[in-house]
Design a binder for this molecule. Structure first.
Ligand code: AVI
Length: 317
């Protein structure tokens, strides 16, 4: 086993939940950035979302990766370093690692260091001889990936339709940054597709209420970490599909007029006032390819499932 913790880069200062929340609440409508969903409870709730019958994304993408791993591995070629952005549980990359010819290294990048260290131990035990070097970093911020000895060609792995959680201009900027981090290598991206609005609505408004709990966990987190006094029951989960913008919008809506304290600041909420917590953009295969081209990539292969729920794109630099 060769799982060198080659470099652990701390998340930069000045980007904390407290600062983000106070800045977000100064806007109209108020907002909380969606990357703060993922504390320990939020990550566990997200895992449950992935298993929901209404949330087709995770199982559809898993099946696509399983099915097309040989083709993807052939396009990536031999001797590559796989860089996974937002690696999470490190499970999704396995079918690809199983098919790649002589992968030189696997570099998972994730913001959650403790989780990453545990997951790396499990993965490294199953892939004897693979150089695994986790990077603890917020890949949405500018960062440099240290070069490995021999400078292997890189291939990026960015699945989970996370690109949809960025506004289109920010998504282009992120893809552009990834392109430069990959240093001439290609990028594999998972992208949720435009589809029947009813199907989309159901995926973000599940009958078991897990997505609602995931959304409200932002308030629970603020209470715990920032000494806020939100009453999560005084806010409703609201997640409509905006068909003209082709995005799910997620909000916490104040059910009554109320004031809430966060640290030493007080915030007023009118009855019915929304706090914006997430956008989840949906693309057609063509509109995503156009976006990737704006970021400087040459879109090559694209794979979709028979129902055309989700797509996986291979972009070359
Ligand atoms: C992580 N991301 C792609 C999910 C999505 O579908 O936009 C986050 C999520 N929000 C509610 N359910 C899932």
């Amino acid at each position: 086993m060769d799982a060198r913790l080659a470099r652990i880069a701390p998340a930069p200062a000045g980007n904390s939940f407290a600062e983000a929340l106070l800045m977000g609440f100064a806007r109209t409508p108020k907002e909380i950035a969606c990357k703060y969903f993922y504390d320990e409870t939020g990550s566990r709730l997200f895992d449950r979302i992935c298993d929901l019958p209404e949330y087709y994304q995770t199982r559809t993408e898993r099946a696509l990766l399983q099915r097309y791993a040989p083709e993807i591995a052939a396009l990536m070629g031999p001797d590559v370093e796989i860089v996974e952005f937002g690696a999470g549980s490190l499970r999704k990359v396995r079918p690809l690692l199983d098919r790649l010819k002589n992968p030189r290294a696997y570099t998972p990048v994730d913001i959650s260091g403790d989780h990453l260290a545990d997951m790396v131990r499990t993965l490294a035990a199953d892939y004897a001889g693979l150089v695994v070097r986790p990077l603890v970093a917020d890949f949405t911020l500018p960062m440099t990936i240290p070069t490995l000895l021999g400078r292997p060609r890189r291939a990026g792995f960015f699945t989970g339709s996370t690109i949809g959680n960025f506004k289109p201009d920010a998504a282009v900027a992120l893809l552009r940054r990834m392109r430069s981090m990959l240093d001439g290598g290609g990028l594999l991206v998972g992208v949720d597709l435009v589809k029947d609005p009813g199907r989309l609505h159901a995926a973000y408004n599940d009958t078991a209420g897990i997505t609602a709990a995931f959304n409200k966990n932002l308030l629970v987190r603020a209470n715990r970490e920032l000494g806020a006094d939100f009453d999560p029951d005084a806010f409703a989960h609201y997640a409509p599909y905006n068909a003209s913008a082709r995005r799910i919008e997620m909000y916490l809506v104040s059910l009554r007029r109320q004031s809430v304290t966060v640290g030493d600041q007080r915030f007023e909420f009118a009855q019915g006032e929304p706090v914006h917590t997430e956008d989840s953009y949906k693309y057609t295969t063509e509109s995503f390819r156009e976006m990737a081209a704006r970021a400087g990539f040459s879109p090559r292969a694209v794979w979709t499932d028979p129902e055309r729920l989700l797509s996986i794109h291979w972009l070359e630099s």
